[in-house]
Design a protein around this ligand. Structure first.
Ligand code: HEM
Length: 117
């Protein structure tokens, strides 16, 4: 069971890496667009995060306020990505720069809270 939990934590980290990595790649290429890859990473983070939020194996202590804050950040991030994608489809242009910045800042903030809190 411990090994399985570690594998789910690893997948949870992959979700963050995919979202944040896709964001860094867009910034480095100076495209500043939100992408489907970011959505997929976020979905992986959400599904694995929910699996980890259940107290298994028995006896494990979880920090629920921390988990709740990360869930809120993830929902806001999903909203920002949804807005960005819709806007890009409508206008054919990259999202406004502050909206693009918000994606990276929120993803990194969630990871920082996970590690530091
Ligand atoms: C973008 C959003 C998220 C990021 C970047 C993120 C990042 C991380 C990271 C880096 C860890 C490993 C460090 C640690 O164990 O404390 C972790 C663990 C964890 N995350 Fe997240 N997370 C996110 C969203 C979520 C969500 C939405 C949930 C639940 C609804 C969640 C639940 C958990 C749980 C329960 C652990 C602890 C695993 C364990 O120690 O067994 N996470 N997260």
């Amino acid at each position: 069971m411990e090994v399985l939990r570690s594998v789910v934590v690893l997948l949870h980290l992959v979700g963050f890496a995919v979202t944040f990595g896709a964001w860094v790649a867009e910034a480095a290429a100076r495209r500043f667009t939100t992408t489907r890859v970011m959505d997929y990473g976020l979905l992986v983070s959400l599904l694995t995060g929910l699996a980890l939020a259940a107290p298994w194996p028995a006896g494990i202590a979880l920090n629920y306020p921390k988990i709740g804050v990360k869930l809120v950040i993830l929902i806001v991030l999903g909203g920002v990505l949804g807005m960005g994608n819709a806007r890009q489809r409508r206008t054919g242009h990259p999202v406004p720069r502050p909206l693009f910045a918000a994606v990276g800042v929120l993803a990194l903030a969630a990871a920082a809270i996970a590690v530091v809190w």
